[in-house]
Design a protein. Structure first.
Length: 95
């Protein structure tokens, strides 16, 4: 997986992984984090609360960038970390 955009893939929530590292994170603490960490926390919360259930195809990097007022590169960093944590997986050929 490179840093560039993958045109023919999508990212989906991994089945059976719904715990986040700190469920007691407050909005005040979130504001002290770098933007990619805040994005990561919001996505983790969506997975934990089943707003994004297993196998759910999450919005595109561009859509998430618009939602969070961030660059696609910042969103990509958050998504890569969530993939490394085992919460998301990139699926080739879907998207």
């Amino acid at each position: 997986m490179g840093l560039g955009r993958l045109d023919e893939s999508s990212i989906a929530v991994v089945s059976g992984r719904h715990s986040i590292r700190d469920s007691n994170i407050t909005m005040e603490r979130l504001s002290d984090l770098p933007l990619y960490e805040r994005i990561k926390s919001v996505i983790e919360r969506r997975i934990e609360t089943m707003e994004w259930p297993p196998n759910f195809q999450i919005p595109s990097e561009d859509d998430l960038a618009g939602e969070f007022g961030a660059s696609p590169l910042t969103v990509r960093r958050a998504l890569r970390e969530l993939q490394a944590d085992g919460l998301l997986e990139r699926i080739q050929g879907r998207g």
